[in-house]
Design a protein around this ligand. Structure first.
Ligand code: BG6
Length: 486
């Protein structure tokens, strides 16, 4: 979609401007768009945060990453407002800045309010946004030019997510609310729709008659680093399971949308998430595994007795006609041997029908969608090895974006920002998707709570740089299957 604000001024307010997200994702993405000439001549970014810092220091805090080139010009658009999120006074100050900019541009400029703070601050921020009348400053006709962007975690369970939703929809209309899941904006995730539905050869086999199971690995080499305050008590299931992994499952399992329209695609995503077979609290030991890396309890800002999981594995089912009975094995963890986000579709093995005596490979056809790194797709097929005797082996057919298209994939946050500017909500969560995913996740969380309180259960530990605790291998191997080696 065309970025219709590319020539039109805009204002972006980043609440939590000194945090991880602003520093590592938002400002770099904005700067990159600026260098590509994708931002208008007139725009301002107002960073709002609690940290004592001057405007000059705020601008300078990024310069060390980007050097001088273009930065001076870009950073002249960057403002810093030090303040307390719970104090209305600062919102009046913010309004003064915004109104000043409107005067200069002589229009009511679109205003994007980006909540990049820990979720504990959302209520204060939303209360004060409402009290200060910020959303209705431009009158009814300009209301939709004000957009609010909410980052995950969107609540911490079904109830809190519902409360946040109510709060948001009380102040804003649906078209103004952008619920971010940056995995939706990844090029490789978007390509899955094209790959599945533009190529006639996949659709006929993309179902329970041909697929044995699906594996998703979401591993990260690094630990929680300096994010203890955010991560402890949240855990990996809420951090990446409730959101990114749900969207990967939706992309694999969805039916063909009626059209390429926003709501048609969101409808199909929703249907998948809503069809996840609930894992009841009493079933968590059968279908889920938790783990914690050794040394986690010594990380900064982590409770010494914390039961927070840094790893989890799940076995789940999508109860749609297409996938009924096909297990999805999903594992996600920190301090794994590699940073890899791969989805593998493992097809039913048919080799033995004719070739049993020649030794069929253990696993036959596997289609792997590499979300990152080495973005691309590979297909494992069985072939006859050259020679007089019939011996079989696996070969890989591969495609990588870099080799084929020769360009770097756009960073997901750049895409998110462009879509916010243009008002395109396709790659943002709709409220029913969130509701269903929280419904599913909250039951597991409840089961874990009971499990932990039973006194009989101990958090499985795993060594750093390994693929999680033994229980994760049992989860899949008890079904006669194996995690794939990547
Ligand atoms: C974030 C999580 O949403 O996604 C992080 O909070 C995780 O814990 C990150 O590291 C992974 O995103 P990406 O794009 O780096 O794979």
């Amino acid at each position: 979609m065309e970025n219709k604000y590319s020539n039109k001024p805009f204002v972006m307010v980043i609440f939590g401007a000194t945090g991880d997200l602003a520093h590592h994702k938002l400002i770099p993405a904005l700067f990159s768009l600026f260098k590509q000439g994708k931002l208008p001549k007139k725009f301002i970014i107002v960073g709002f945060a609690r940290r004592e810092m001057s405007q000059f220091e705020y601008r300078e805090s990024f310069e060390q990453f980007y050097g001088k080139e273009h930065w001076d010009e870009f950073s002249s658009h960057l403002y810093y407002l030090r303040g307390d999120f719970s104090n209305i006074e600062y919102y009046h100050e913010l309004l003064d800045i915004l109104n000043g900019f409107d005067k200069e541009t002589k229009i009511f400029t679109p205003k994007f309010l980006y909540l990049a703070t820990p979720p504990q601050n959302y209520n204060d921020i939303l209360d004060n946004i409402e009290k200060s009348n910020l959303p209705i400053q431009g009158g009814e006709e300009n209301k939709k030019k004000v957009r609010v962007v909410v980052e995950k975690p969107f609540g911490k369970d079904l109830k809190t997510a519902g409360d946040l939703e109510k709060r948001l929809s009380h102040i804003f209309e649906e078209e103004q609310i952008f619920r971010v899941d940056h995995y939706l904006a990844k090029e490789t995730v978007q390509n899955m729709i094209t790959f599945r539905f533009a190529n006639g050869i996949f659709e006929p086999v993309w179902n329970k008659n041909y697929i044995d199971h699906v594996q998703i690995t979401f591993s990260e080499k690094q630990g929680i680093g300096t994010r203890g305050k955010f991560f402890d008590g949240v855990g990996i299931l809420r951090d990446v399971g409730q959101n990114h992994i749900m969207q990967l499952i939706a992309a694999v399992a969805m039916d063909q949308p009626k059209s390429f329209e926003k709501e048609a695609i969101r409808d199909e995503r929703f249907k998948v998430i809503d069809s996840l077979r609930p894992i009841k609290p009493a079933e968590v030991s059968k279908f889920t595994v938790r783990g914690q890396y050794e040394g986690y309890l010594n990380e900064a800002d982590v409770d010494k007795k914390s039961n927070t999981g840094t790893f989890n594995a799940l076995k789940l089912f999508v109860d749609t006609d297409r996938f009924k009975g096909v297990p999805f094995y999903v594992r996600a963890g920190k301090h794994m041997p590699s940073s890899t986000v791969y989805i593998s579709i493992v097809f039913i093995q048919t080799c033995h029908i004719l070739f049993k005596e020649f030794g069929c490979p253990e696993i036959g056809n596997v289609l792997t969608i590499k979300i990152q790194p080495d973005e691309g797709i590979s297909m494992r097929v069985i072939a006859k090895k050259p020679g007089d005797k019939v011996t079989l082996g696996n070969v890989n057919m591969k495609f990588t974006y870099e080799e084929e298209f020769g360009e770097k994939l756009r960073n997901a946050y750049e895409k998110i920002l462009l879509d916010i500017f243009s008002g395109d909500q396709l790659l943002f969560n709709r409220t029913d998707e969130l509701h269903s995913s929280w419904e599913f996740i909250t039951k597991i969380l409840k089961g874990w709570e009971i499990q932990s309180a039973s006194g009989k259960w101990k958090m499985p530990k795993y060594k750093k740089e390994t693929w999680g605790p033994k229980e994760s291998f049992d989860l899949i191997e008890n079904d006669g299957r194996k995690w794939l080696d990547y």
